[in-house]
Design a protein around this ligand. Structure first.
Ligand SMILES: Cc1cc2nc3c(=O)[nH]c(=O)nc-3n(C[C@H](O)[C@H](O)[C@H](O)COP(=O)(O)O)c2cc1C
Length: 381
């Protein structure tokens, strides 16, 4: 058989038999979940675990999904839904859907083009991308690459002057709003990453020419209780930042009516109801279950946005019916990015947009103004 080794026939078969780099064409994917295994097969295990993981036993991570099952629709019929319009406006900015890209760290963990590709994918679909403080690319580069509106997510610190500089730089790069993340005073307990401690931690995905490598978010290994600079953040910071931000400032991470009221009273332009995608406090409630009390507390004074666990158009419609102005998605755009780059990000958004339009069409709402609280029934636990 030795002679076979040099046979062109055998080599051809080897190539044909190698399925590692063969993925379904983008058009074949039918929902956003299908992007996740493709990303998983393309990036190092630590990167996947960083993206997918929650904390402890991942109760809150699961709860984020399970809570949607308690909510059903009260569809109304015999209404003209022949033309659907899911566009909306946030702080004067027109967007094509009430679906935004949540701020997530280090997009180069998913794809070499990182946030540059994500921003272009969001731009294709004319919606907002919120850029993380811990982005792989600097905010100016992302601003220059963006073809749609950007917001900036702020982790306060490591010092007050640096914080102001960072905000001014982001606003200078074109960011139209700032979200201060307030739910992460301590490094959280990410067990998937702690178990992987023998390896190097998440790393940037190399590009064809080797790519850019940059320090990426890492957990302390082994776990050490470690306060972030934000551990001494209090409501008075809103007064400070409102003096220099020049754009609307939102608070991201609200989970109670009490804090929502404080946000309104202390001059926040909006709140994002979020449990950080199950990545900080284990046994934080799912966001959709606390949305009713927060909407009530805010009383329409400022927009209430929400994230954590949104994967389907029906999930989004449930939040809009309860009173959210828009929904942010964190992991799904990263799955799209890792799987297919910019086109994958746009496709994830497009799928969610058309699923939302479908759910609205089948419940009798031709546009967002037609959605109200009576559209859903929330089962008691
Ligand atoms: C990989 C990853 C990194 C994240 N990085 C940040 C971050 O830098 N700043 C922040 O405010 N939130 C961050 N988040 C939380 C998201 O903004 C958002 O709250 C969460 O992903 C929503 O849940 P979902 O992933 O289930 O959609 C991150 C989430 C993930 C999955």
């Amino acid at each position: 058989m030795m002679w076979m080794a040099g046979s062109p026939l055998l080599r051809a078969q080897e190539v044909l038999g190698d399925t590692r780099d063969r993925f379904p064409p983008l058009e074949d994917l039918v929902n956003v979940f299908e992007f996740e295994p493709i990303l998983k097969s393309k990036v190092p295990k630590n990167n996947y675990d960083f993206i997918a993981g929650g904390v402890d036993a991942e109760w809150t991570l699961r709860r984020n999904r399970e809570s949607f099952d308690r909510i059903t629709f009260r569809p109304r019929f015999m209404r003209d839904v022949s033309k659907m319009d899911v566009s909306t406006e946030l702080f004067g900015q027109k967007i094509s859907m009430p679906i935004l890209i949540a701020p997530t760290a280090g997009h180069q963990l998913a794809h070499e083009q990182g946030e540059l590709a994500t921003a272009r994918g969001a731009g294709q679909m004319q919606t907002i991308m919120a850029v993380s403080t811990n982005s792989s690319y600097p905010i100016d580069k992302i601003g220059a690459a963006a073809t749609g509106p950007l917001w900036f997510q702020l982790y306060v610190g490591p010092d007050w002057e640096g914080t102001q500089e960072r905000v001014e730089r982001a606003v200078g790069a074109g960011c139209k709003a700032v979200c201060i993340t307030v739910d992460s005073a301590y490094n959280s307990h990410r067990e998937r990453l702690l178990r992987n401690r023998s390896s190097a931690g998440p790393v940037a995905v190399p590009g064809p020419g080797g790519g850019r490598r940059r320090a990426q978010p890492r957990e302390p290994l082994p776990y050490k209780l470690q306060a972030q600079f934000t551990a001494n953040l209090t409501w008075s910071f809103l007064d400070e930042i409102n003096k220099y931000a020049k754009v609307p400032v939102l608070i991201k991470g609200i989970l109670t009516a009490e804090d929502a009221k404080l946000a309104v009273d202390r001059g926040a332009a909006g709140v994002v109801v979020s449990n950080h995608g199950g990545r900080y406090l284990e046994y934080a409630p799912s966001t959709i279950e606390v949305l009713p009390e927060i909407v009530e507390a805010v009383g329409g004074k400022i927009p209430v946005l929400i994230d954590s666990g949104f994967r389907r158009g029906t999930d989004i419609l449930k939040a809009l019916a309860i009173g959210a102005k828009a929904v942010l998605v964190g992991r799904p755009p990263l799955w799209g990015l890792g799987a297919y780059g910019e086109a994958g990000v746009a496709k994830v958004l497009e799928l969610l947009q058309s699923e939302l339009a479908l759910a609205m069409g089948l419940t009798g709402a031709a546009n967002l103004a037609a959605i109200d609280r009576k559209l859903v029934r929330i089962d008691a636990r």
